[in-house]
Design a protein around this ligand. Structure first.
Ligand code: HXC
Length: 519
């Protein structure tokens, strides 16, 4: 073969590899409203930046007729490229080859990019669209999964790991995305479950559709397994890029500063009026978030799950920050099992990647009741407390209104190493709300009053007395638990100044193998 022929052969092999499982399977993929593995990579990465590895890999199986079927790349496309000029590693499962199922060689390819991502200190993106373990390969495929899981675990907290689910992701295969930092699911075309509808029906008798068992809606609103639901793959690609804007390349770097043309001293008068006069009335905490962050841009995680707490990324004068905010508009912003888990995971995510945390507090306490107690609210609430107390990144807390009881301590309080704690004049920082407090303190006296009207008056007077004495920020400020009481419209400026002061903050935890967070 002449040298020219050799070059021609290379070009032909590349062409063949690019066709994956063949044209008709690519067509099928498109008919399902899905892009192919390579198209996805092209659209996620900066144009022309993709460098592919292992294009010529094929499987080594000889069973069930596989010896006669070889496809270059073997069902997964791997390599690296850039997003906004920053290096990322990527693997993208190719459903057109054996349904994107995982073989021994497939796993080796994925492990190779994961290892390189760790060496280089760059994020890894995984695109999932697969029928799971390649059935013909048996235990080699299971071992391959476990090799990937182990790498997910070692990479956790070292490099950002982002998973997109754009097709099937079932059985044990779900555990690789589950071990990563962020999961994005596309609506209608993706699903995740440990056990599919057919086996579910056989084992439990439950008759349920794929969508209802593990679709994007389910995992972004009911289970909280996924963080984002994308209307389509295009939106999913955008979300991957967006999330990375806030993240450093690895845990040893700071997150990248963004350009900011939004004046740091921009006042917003609406904030002086956002808290209703009636302390029992709700409001939307996002009406506080949007006016204070740069350009009103807030990337909300878990938007449809545990809506009583809001978490997400924003910039303050270009500094990427995690925001954690109780949401009075939903269940009065109470902390319960799901909101505690959601916020705890987010706080740890921020801390792992050196992202400061801004906490906006309006919390009436923990949700009472047997359902919560039996479900282990004690352990789950402790997770959030643990996450805040363990975090060494800069922490700025603003108490907007209620901050009662244990929930006060949990939500970025001074004693959980809150660095700068401000309160609005509308803040009510106390052991409990006035009504509950008077019931405990005056219950016996009130019971002795026979006249109903007199009793109500007595209660109201006592409630007011308690409110005047304790339901304000000044009692906490008197002890230095609050550093200052600030004017709401000036909140943006005060947060930015706090963050810039804290930019050189150094804090550390005692040396240990690892903590024993109440999981
Ligand atoms: C080998 C597979 C495969 C698999 C699909 N294919 N899944 N080949 N191993 N796991 C092949 C099909 O035979 C078919 O080949 C092609 O991929 C496309 O699949 P279709 O079934 O035609 O596609 P579709 O109708 O869209 O259905 C997709 C699907 C279905 C729902 C994913 O293929 C399916 O149920 N697959 C099996 C899923 C499964 O049980 N996996 C093992 C789970 S156990 P041809 O040549 O006909 O086009 C597991 C354990 C992991 O994963 C444990 C980790 C710890």
């Amino acid at each position: 073969m002449s040298n020219q022929d050799k070059v021609r052969q290379l070009v032909e092999l590349r062409e063949k590899a690019r066709l994956g499982g063949g044209e008709h399977r690519i067509e099928d993929q498109h008919k399902k409203g899905k892009y192919t593995a390579r198209e996805r990579i092209e659209m996620i990465l900066d144009e022309g930046s993709f460098e592919e590895f292992d294009m010529f890999v094929t499987h080594r199986s000889h069973d069930f007729g596989l010896e006669n079927q070889h496809y270059l790349s073997d069902g997964v496309i791997t390599g690296h490229g850039t997003i906004d000029g920053r290096v990322v590693y990527i693997f993208s499962q190719d459903f057109t080859v054996f349904g994107g199922s995982l073989s021994e060689t497939f796993a080796l390819k994925v492990c190779k990019v994961m290892d390189q991502a760790m060496k280089v200190g760059a994020p890894i993106i995984g695109i999932n669209d697969s029928g799971g373990a390649r059935i013909q390969e048996g235990v080699k495929s299971l071992a391959g999964y476990a090799e990937i899981f182990q790498r997910n675990i070692m990479a956790s907290g070292v490099i950002p790991q982002i998973s997109a689910i754009f097709g099937p992701c079932a059985g044990g295969a779900v555990y690789s995305p589950a071990l990563t930092d962020v999961i994005i699911m596309s609506e209608k075309t993706s699903y995740m479950f440990v056990t599919g509808p057919r086996v579910t029906k056989t084992v439990t008798g439950e008759d349920i559709s794929t969508e209802d068992l593990g679709g994007a809606d389910v995992h972004t609103s009911k289970s909280g397994v996924a963080h984002f639901k994308a209307d389509d793959e295009q939106e999913g690609f955008m979300l991957i890029r967006k999330v990375l804007e806030y993240l450093p390349q690895n845990n040893l770097e700071d997150p990248p500063l963004a350009e900011c043309n939004d004046p740091i001293d921009r006042m917003d008068d609406s904030l002086n009026e956002v808290i209703p006069e009636d302390p029992n009335k709700p409001y939307n905490v996002k009406d506080v978030i949007y006016p204070i962050v740069d350009h009103g841009e807030f990337l909300e995680f878990h938007r449809h799950y545990a809506k009583n707490i809001v978490v997400g990324f924003a910039h303050f004068n270009g500094i990427p920050c995690g925001i954690v905010a109780n949401q009075p508009n939903f269940l009065a912003g109470v902390l319960d099992i799901n909101s505690s888990r959601k916020a705890a995971r987010f706080v740890r995510f921020c801390d792992a990647f050196n992202i400061p945390i801004v906490t906006l507090v309006d919390v009436p306490g923990f949700l009472p009741g047997s359902a919560q107690e039996y479900g282990g609210i004690i352990t789950h609430g402790a997770k959030l407390m643990f996450a805040y107390g363990e975090a060494t990144v800069p922490k700025v807390t603003i108490t907007l209104r209620k901050s009662y009881g244990g929930a006060h301590d949990v939500m970025g309080s001074k004693q959980l190493r809150g660095d700068i704690n401000y309160a609005w004049p509308t803040a009510e920082i106390a052991v409990m709300g006035p009504k509950g407090a008077i019931e405990v303190l005056e219950g016996k006296n009130i019971a002795k009053i026979e006249d109903q009207k007199e009793r109500a008056n007595y209660f109201a007077n006592k409630e007011q007395e308690y409110r005047d004495k304790f339901a304000n920020p000044y009692e906490a400020a008197r002890y230095g638990y609050i550093d200052d009481v600030i004017e709401p419209r000036n909140t943006r400026f005060r947060i930015i100044r706090a963050l810039s002061t804290l930019s050189t903050k150094k804090d550390k935890n005692p040396v240990k193998k690892h903590s024993n967070i109440p999981l």
